[in-house]
Design a protein around this ligand. Sequence first.
Ligand SMILES: *Cc1c(COP(=O)(O)O)cnc(C)c1O
Length: 350
Amino acid sequence: MKFSDPALPPPALRLRVDSAAIGENWRTLNRMSGKADAGAAVKADAYGLGLDRAMPALLEAGCRNFFVAHWCEVPAVLQHVTGTSVAVLHGPTSEADCAYARAVGVRPVLNSLAQVNAWQSTGGGPCDLMIDTGMNRLGLRAEELGDPALEGLDVEVLMSHLACADEDGPQSSQQLSRFRDVLGKVPHRRASLANSAGTALGADYAFDMTRPGLGLYGGVARPEQAEHIKQVVTPQAAIIQTRTVPAGETVGYGATYRAERDLPVAILSIGYADGYLRCWSGKGAFRYGEAVLPVLGRVSMDMTAIDISAAPQLAEGDWVDAEYDLVEASARTGLTQYELLTLSGPRLRG
Ligand SMILES: *Cc1c(COP(=O)(O)O)cnc(C)c1O
C-alpha cells in the first residue's frame, strides 16, 4: 500500500473466531489423549480460521507440536514458533524442499522410499516417518521397512493416519494392530496415530502424541466429543439494505422464493464467494440475539436475503450471525464439517 492511500473503512462481513474456545478445545483433546500430548493440525490456514488467530490460542493452551500439509504453509507458522515444533505432512518431493526444511529447521514427514532417499541423500537429519496402515493415501507399507534406505534414519515421530476413526467399524482396530507391529521395526523417539476422532477411541490409540485438527476448531468428530467441544466460528455479515417485498413478488436469482404476504427483508453483504454457499439457499438462517432470520431464495455471489419478520427493527449497518453449528450445518447442507470450516473466502477471513 502506498503511504498516501486512504485508510479502508471497516469491512461489512467477518468470521468471528472465538480464540478462547480454541484453547479450551485443545485442552479438552489433550485431556482425552491421556498421557500423550496433543499436537495440532494447523494446515490450510488453521482449517480456514487464520493462523494468526489459532496459533496464539494453541500456544497459550500449551500446544507444542504443529502440522501443516504444504511447504508454502511453513513461513506463516514460523511467525509463531521455531522450526523444531513443525512438521510438513506432504514431505519433500524435491531437493529444494529438503534444503528448505534444513534451512528453517522443520521436519519433513517422509511418506515413501523415494522421499526417504531424497532426505538421506541430501544429508538426512531429524524427520518424521509416515506408515500406511490401510488408508492407502500416504506412507510406507510395512513390507518396505526392511529397505536399506531406512538405515540410520533419524525419526522423531513415527506416525500413521486413521481412515475411519469417526465411524464404528473394524478398520481402526486393524490399523492400530498394524501400527503396533511396525513400532519395533523402526527406531523412533515418539509415536503418533490419532486425529481428532482417534482421541475418542481410548488410550490404546494415543501413543506419545495425538494430532487433532477438526476438534480444535469446533468440529465434532465423534458423538462422544459433542458435549465437550465448543463452537469456534461464526460468520457475521452487515445489513446493506432493508426493504418490504410486496405479497406475490419473488426474491433473488431464479425467483425461487415468493412472498405470501408483505415481508420485511434484509440484504446481507455475504455470499457464496465468501464461502456462504448456495446450498444454504432457502435452508440457512441468521440470528439477531434470539431472533431467527431465515434465508430467502438463492444465495448470490456477494449477497444473501433474509426474512427479518422476527426482528423488524433491524436496519442498514446492523450485524447478524449465521447459524453455524457445525454438526447441524453439515446435516442440513450435505457438506462435511471440514468443508464448512475450510471454505471461508478471503473477504470473510479478513
Ligand atoms: C489433517 C490431518 C490430521 C488432523 O485430522 P482431523 O480429522 O482434522 O483431526 C492429523 N493427521 C494427519 C496426517 C492429517 O493429514
